[in-house]
Ligand binder design. Sequence first.
Ligand SMILES: [Ca+2]
Ligand SMILES: [Ca+2]
Ligand SMILES: [Ca+2]
Length: 310
Amino acid sequence: MFSFSFPLITSPARDNDLISIKMEKRINFNYPVLVVRAKDEDSGKNALLHFSLKSRDDCSNGIEYFVIDSQSGVISTRSSNVNNPINLQIKYCLVVQVCDSPDDGLPKCSERKIQFQLSQDGFEPPLWAPETALTFQRVMKVVELAQQNIVIDTFKASIANDPSKKVIFEMEPFNWTCSNVALASEKPRIPFLLTPDENGRNIARLVIYQPIDADPPTGCTRYQFKIRAKNAAMEALSLESIYEIEIVDSNDNIPMFNVSSYRAQIYENEVKDNLLRVQAEDKDIDPKNRNTTYFIRCPNDGKKFILSIK
Ligand SMILES: [Ca+2]
Ligand SMILES: [Ca+2]
Ligand SMILES: [Ca+2]
């Protein structure tokens, strides 16, 4: 028995139609999206059809994400794509080839170019609430001695404005200005924490959970974070914005003399310029918090000594 007829793909019936496929549940791996049907006028083995996917220059972006069952013609998402999820914004293109399996000679084949797009309600990245979007446009100023456990900002996001769809929030420091240069490449101690809402709403709060230090040797004056909102149903559907915090210096350091006591000698009745030089340092970073003035505290002897600032 010879193979006379070419197999014919009957569904989809035409090339290039854009097929819209609605997903019933979350897009995962091994999820069937489409069935390709074909017929062959021959009988027996000559009508036994095999489906496969082909990569073609004009239509290749789907092959990474989908597989076809050679017998049933079912196209499903690839099982290895956990980290490479299907994107609902993209039109995928696949070239399906169907071949018969003749006893003699080469198989007869035909092809169909299939374009499709997947959609599912709620299967989108989250969106920031308008008031949250605004918080990313400014620099948040936090005072160094700010109280712990206070909320410094609130982030709110939702998926297609549907509060029943869950959003997960994350914070990742990626840039900072700290006085210890050795720490420049190393992540400093971050005194902030992003906490989820106790009632499960799609809100996260940025709180101060450790004392903040702006001063040397280890303090930091600026932090930049990536604030990320992820669709809990598929975390790869995420939204990311940059949030910046500037620390405003507080006067939390007293000036310190660089030695614990000073000693000078002077002869009786001698008058001397530059009897002793003292120096104190203040670790605060804001000049107005480190501005140091000197006094002589002992009032009787003080009349005999004059302090000059140089
Ligand atoms: Ca400090
Ligand atoms: Ca000070
Ligand atoms: Ca300070």
